[in-house]
Design a protein around this ligand. Structure first.
Ligand code: MN3
Length: 201
């Protein structure tokens, strides 16, 4: 069975950038539903219920076809939100350091150019989905991926992401997606993002 992880901080920790009500609905409502739906659809398929979530996302072709789409959506939703909570924190923001900063500078020019490119990508995503910073092999890439489709299923290593489903920002920011994106940079847990980068390379 898959379980809902607790938030690694309080529901109001990301105020004023991400409001408490949004965090409650997002974690206790949306994330919890992905976990419940994943367990429900996999009932009786014990080999998948006991899999590591990343391994499940890499093994979707082995899931029976009649439940595959539902498994893909809910496994993605569970993994992506578990990831997302860890890369945010109270009093976050600033810029990364060390090897991640070097890699960003070498790929994008400097941190501001990276951020500009990431923001442009996030603003251009149509419909629901996520903008990701991933490692594709040894190469950092910015990628828009729709719905809860996962970079894991594409063989990429997620390093950082912004949830661009309207449920992630609509209570506070309404249709002002750019304001949400700009605010979110003030909550980034760069130590955790760097840790994920180091562990993957
Ligand atoms: Mn979400």
């Amino acid at each position: 069975m898959f379980t809902l992880p607790e938030l690694p901080y309080s529901y109001n920790a990301l105020e004023p950038f991400i409001d408490e009500e949004t965090m409650r609905v997002h974690h206790d409502g949306h994330h919890a539903a992905y976990v419940k739906n994943l367990n429900d659809v996999l009932a009786g398929h014990d080999e998948f219920l006991s899999m590591d979530i990343k391994y499940l996302l890499k093994s979707l072709d082995k899931v029976p076809e009649d439940i595959r789409t539902k498994v893909k959506n809910n496994a993605g939703g569970h993994f992506h939100h578990s990831f997302f909570w860890t890369i945010l924190k109270q009093n976050g923001g600033g810029i990364p350091t060390g090897k991640l900063l070097e890699a960003i500078n070498s790929k994008f020019g400097d941190f501001d150019k990276f951020k500009e490119k990431f923001n442009q990508s996030a603003l251009s995503l149509f419909g629901s989905g996520w903008t990701w910073l991933v490692l594709d092999g040894q190469e950092l890439e910015i990628a828009n991926i729709p719905n809860q489709d996962s970079p894991i299923s594409l063989g990429h290593t997620p390093i950082f992401a912004i949830d661009l489903w309207e449920h992630a920002y609509y209570l506070k920011y309404k249709n002002k997606r750019a304001d949400y994106i700009n605010a979110l940079w003030n909550t980034v847990n760069w130590e955790e993002v760097e840790r994920r980068f180091h562990n993957s390379s």
